[in-house]
Design a protein around this ligand. Sequence first.
Ligand SMILES: [Zn+2]
Length: 282
Amino acid sequence: MTNSVRVIPIECKFGRTTAYAYYIDAPEPALIDTGIASSASQEIETVLVEHGLRIEDIRWILLTHGHVDHLGGARAIWEITKGCAEVVIPQKEAYLLRNRSAHITDYKQLQGQYLDVETQEKHTAILLNDIGEGLKPTVEVVGGDRLLLGGDVSITVVETPGHSIGSVTFVLDGVNWAFAADAVQMYGGAQSRIPTIEHPGYYRQSLQRLLEEVRPRRQETVERLFDRYFRGISTSSNISGTGLGMAIARQIVIAHDGYIEIDSKPQHGTKCNIIFPLKRVG
Ligand SMILES: [Zn+2]
């Protein structure tokens, strides 16, 4: 479980809207979502170069769900990595990555039903242009799966269906990052004027899961820091130590009438202030 890893958000344009891709600067670099086919060269590579990074070094392509603006660029990026990157997608939507025409069928059944034939045809042409040719996923994930990105960086998969039936959230363990993509929406269909939540009941449940299960996990780590034998809430098997150090440190500070303040922020690390009272000697 890491407590610090660089995350670079990358804005990928899609028509009048944008979808975000996120670069995780792990020992095995990962990219969460890939924009559309043209995003690889137009936006993702450009931003990475600005940060002194190389798109060909990406070793994990992690797709939150099967929609065009999230997986469309996967093929292009995978090719730039010369096929070295693992391609990860929720099991339930893997067929949308393998088969571009499945994506069209999916679109017509869902959003297409709200549009006239002419608009549907226009959208279909856009979809075919924006999704790279069929790509075989190498890892199909379900809730609870953990992906190890080298060093102590890992990602846990949380199922958050609703926007689409297979949508997942990738949680970067140990820091306060949960990559939910469209599982959490600010505007819904306000811009497109067509529904963007396929299963409203599941959507609500997923929001609840994120708020009640995922979000408090980091806070729990801070609160339990001084518990004996507590070694973090990550399920990593590589955590060394007995979990006694912080508890002993606390006892020593208390014995000297002091107290400890913990200030922990994602991406900034954890600061411990140990405060002792000034006592007059003699
Ligand atoms: Zn989507």
